[in-house]
Design a protein around this ligand. Structure first.
Ligand code: SF4
Ligand code: FES
Length: 257
């Protein structure tokens, strides 16, 4: 009979997980042991294995958010060893692999920490504020005709490239969690830049940037004060130059209307 992995291929890890029943309750770290962890497992599979063990012991499993597990939905937000999405550059928590860690390592798991993201339970936060930002203007409502009409409008290569780079944002909120001010300016900058880069999106560009900026303030997100932590934490490599673009679009909208 073959085994999935021999003993020397598995790891045992000390997990310090943030446990908190709701936004009101005081949270605390609890220590657990994750056994039989294979380096090829994703980080979320490691938590699955640990949770099965906790359930077998009659302990509540660690609650965390996830959906696609392919780095595209943006829901698997968690802080791993103090870093949103963990120590690997340009990957989401679900795309982080256990080969990044060593047998015997200690791993600290925490939820996003930001005023605009109240904790729901354990590692899950309420990211409704991100949805509200999109509802306030992160879309195109102008009538753009049918598919042939849309495709007939020329877009310059630099604008198309900028728009596509900005469109890589998956709305995970790591930028907010990494920012000492809890700012959402990288996220909003990406949305504003994405839509302003195309002729269809320029129609509402001035209204959009004003509405999204006002909504950011109302929802309790902070301001950008150039720490660049957002760019460092972003799993999609969204550049802080989109924050500069957001500022330029905002000033242009206020001056020109
Ligand atoms: S800018 Fe990056 S970190 Fe922020 S929401 Fe988008 S993908 Fe996530
Ligand atoms: S679960 Fe979808 S990006 Fe991680």
């Amino acid at each position: 009979m073959s085994h999935a992995a021999s003993n020397h291929e598995t790891m045992t890890l000390k997990i310090f997980a943030w446990r908190q029943k709701n936004a009101q309750e005081k949270g605390r770290f609890e220590q657990y042991t994750a056994k039989n962890i294979i380096p090829e497992m994703s980080f979320l599979e490691m938590i699955d294995v640990l949770n099965e063990d906790l359930i077998a012991q009659g302990i509540d499993p660690i609650v965390f958010d996830n959906d696609c597990r392919e780095g595209i939905c943006g829901t698997c937000g968690m802080v791993v060893n103090g870093v949103p999405h963990g120590p690997e550059d340009l990957v989401t928590s679900c795309q982080l692999h256990m080969r990044r860690f060593k047998d015997g390592d200690s791993i600290y798991l925490e939820p996003w920490r930001a005023k605009a993201f109240p904790i729901i339970r354990d590692l899950v936060v309420d990211r409704t504020a991100m949805d509200k930002l999109i509802e306030s203007g992160g879309y195109i409502s102008a009538h753009t005709g049918g598919v042939p009409d849309g495709n007939a409008i020329p877009v310059s290569k630099p604008d198309a490239d900028t728009g596509m780079d900005a469109a890589e944002c998956i709305g995970c909120g790591a930028c907010v969690a990494a920012c000492p001010n809890g700012s959402a300016m990288l996220f909003v900058g990406a949305k504003v830049t994405h839509l302003a880069s195309y002729p269809q999106g320029r129609i509402e560009a001035a209204q959009r940037v004003c509405d999204m900026t006002d909504t950011m303030v109302k929802l309790g997100f902070g301001n950008c004060s150039n720490h660049y932590e957002c760019e460092a934490a972003c799993p999609k490599g969204i550049s802080v130059r989109f924050i500069a673009k957001l500022n330029r679009e905002y000033i242009k909208a206020k001056i020109c209307g």
